[in-house]
Every structure is written in C-alpha cells, then in structure tokens.
Design a protein around this ligand. Structure first.
Ligand code: MRU
Length: 338
C-alpha cells in the first residue's frame, strides 16, 4: 500500500496528493523548507498526516544539522519547529507532533548531537507507527456501527492518504468491508479541493469497496431517498466540549443527518483532541487562497475581481454528533475524558 509520508534514504518522502489520482508523484524532501512547502500546498494533507510530516521535517533538519554544540542544535530545531507550526493553523495534530519532538529533544539535552539525531528520527517514526495502530483500533470499534446493507456517507478524505496508514473514518469503512458487510459508500466531491472525488474515490476503488461519487449538494436528497443509514467523518481538531472542526461542509452534512434521523459519527485519534481549546469557537479556521474557489485545475470559471470566501474548515457543534470514536474508546461528544 502507498504511504502518504515516510522516511526514505535520508529524505522525507511525500506523495504529492495534489496530482492524484491522475499521477503518482513522490517528492523527496531534502530540507525542512520543502517539507513546510509540501504541507502548506497540500501535497500532504489530513490532520494526522501533516503531524507526521512535521515530525519527519524536524528529524530531517536534525539530520542535516552541522551544529557544533547541543545548544546550537537545539536552537536550530526551535526555528524549524516555528516554521512548521506556521504552515496550517487548524489541525491540532501538527502542533502536538511538533511539541512532542521538541520535548523529546529537551528530555535528552545531555546527549551528544549524533545521538540526538537518532532520537529525533526514532520519535518521528514512533508518531507514524502509533497513528497506524490508533487507526486500526478506531476501525475495529467503529465498524460495529455499520450493518450489512448500509449506505455510508463519508466526507473529504480520511484514509491512508490522510494518516500514517489505514485511515480514521475511512478505516472504519474499510474494516466494515473487510468484515464482509455489504456496504455502499457515498462520497461527496468536497469542494473546493475535491479530496472526496480525487482521493477517497481513488482509495475506495483500490479496495474494491462499492462507492458512488456525488456533489456536495446532493447529500440532502440522498438522505431523503433513504440511501444513507450512517455518516462517518474525521476531524482536524476536537475541542474539550466535543465540538469538531473538520473539512468545510461537514457542519451542513451533520445538520442534514440530524434532520433525517441518521447517526453522525466522528472517527479520530486522541491526538486530534485539544483539551486546551474549550469549544469550537476558539478553533482557528484556515482561510485559503481564493483561487481554490474561482479556479478548477488552474482554469478560472468565475468573473475576475469578485469577492470570495474560502474557509477550509467548519465547526460541527457537539450536539449533532452521535459519538466520537477514538483508539481509546467511544465517547459521547460532551464526555471526552482526558
Ligand atoms: O484540508 P485537508 O485536506 O487537510 O482537510 C482534511 C480533513 O478535513 C480531514 O477530514 C481531517 O483532517 C481528518 S483526516 C483523518
């Protein structure tokens, strides 16, 4: 199976997701600036995957360092951590991974630089492997909510591409399919970047999981027609009160699900829960380039000079979420335990 991000021969190898599904192009990042660019430009995207990419970015700058003292080495890593933390604001996994890498370094401050380099790389690999293990656990817990014959709505891309491997919400769907349940997945295209159409449909096709691509504005009709029995989405940040930041459009789908009496589940590793953020109102929402809305594949379709808004995420209030499925158990959104 492909890997969205990995350590390969002294570089951070990133699968350029902006080219999928037409081209499979890997970028071998040889410096941290290239890693930061890859995160900002969505070569690598999805909350867990950008955390992993940032951790490897820090390990990479450690590897490349020619610092002659531990103090210098530490201050280089601090600068790199700052650069990476300015790439994308919403997914908390990014900040958690960066903090973990910095704390690991601090905990071994007395070691020689050669050891520090190895320690940083081992920590980045640990973050990657823990994410894969968490996803497998989420899949097992979440699949019990899917019955054979169900139509399952998912949104954006929460699969192997968005994580260390396997996926969160898509991992749940993957496992239900592996268990032999006859499911049918509905995938809204996910404007403006089309993660659903380009990435989720690509992953489902490879797994031979029956799936239908729809536009985002078809969800209400599909629900009304009785084609959808449950919804599984991922998260970029879950506030302490259970409010969830996820791809723009998630909120609308949660309201539609409530209106039609369809359960709406969030599947995410505990690394996505931010206990320092009390509610969704405090989660910073990334505003991206307006050209993402006015253009498709570089071709403009809207008039020039118009007002455009492009928030990349929205907040789904806890009350719309039936349960949050993590690797540590299933929680009611208002009852997440630290
Ligand atoms: O802008 P993106 O593609 O990084 O947004 C991704 C999402 O919103 C995902 O649903 C979320 O990160 C969960 S991925 C397991």
């Amino acid at each position: 199976m492909f890997k969205s991000v990995e350590w390969k021969d002294g570089s951070v190898r990133i699968l350029n997701q902006t080219k999928l599904p037409r081209e499979i192009i890997y970028v071998d990042c040889k410096d941290v600036e290239t890693v930061a660019h890859a995160i900002r430009s969505l070569f690598v995207r999805g909350a867990p995957a950008i955390g992993i990419a940032a951790a490897f970015g820090i390990a990479l700058s450690g590897e490349n360092s020619t610092a002659t003292s531990c103090l210098l080495f530490q201050s280089e890593i601090e600068k790199v951590a700052l650069l990476l933390s300015q790439t994308r604001p919403t997914a908390v996994n990014l900040f958690l991974a960066i903090t973990r890498m910095k704390e690991t370094l601090k905990a071994h401050a007395e070691e020689p630089i050669l050891n520090l380099k190895k320690i940083l790389l081992a920590e980045a690999n640990a973050i990657l492997n823990e994410d894969i293990a968490a996803n497998c656990a989420i899949g097992k817990l979440g699949a019990s909510f899917i019955a054979s014959g169900d139509g399952v709505l998912t949104y954006c891309n929460t699969g192997a591409l968005a994580t260390g491997g396997y996926g969160t919400a898509l991992g749940v769907i993957r496992l239900a399919h592996e268990e032999g349940k006859k499911i049918s997945v509905f995938v809204p295209e996910t404007r403006p970047i089309l993660q659903g159409a380009r990435l989720t449909m690509w992953e489902l096709l490879q797994e031979r999981i029956p799936a239908t691509l729809i536009t985002d504005n078809m969800v209400g009709l599909m629900m009304r027609l009785g084609k959808i029995q449950c919804c599984f989405v991922g998260a970029d940040r879950i506030a302490a009160n259970g409010d969830v930041a996820n791809k723009i459009g998630t909120y609308t789908m949660a309201i539609l699900a409530r209106e039609h009496g369809i359960p709406f589940y969030v599947a995410a590793p505990t690394s996505t829960i931010d206990f320092n953020t009390a509610s969704g109102d405090q989660i910073p929402i990334e505003e991206r380039a307006h050209s993402e809305v006015t253009h498709v594949s570089g071709v403009a379709f809207a008039p020039d000079g118009i007002a455009v808004s492009n928030p990349a995420f929205d907040i789904t209030p806890a009350e719309y979420i039936r349960a949050i499925i993590t690797e540590k158990g299933i929680f009611k959104p208002g009852e997440i335990l630290q």
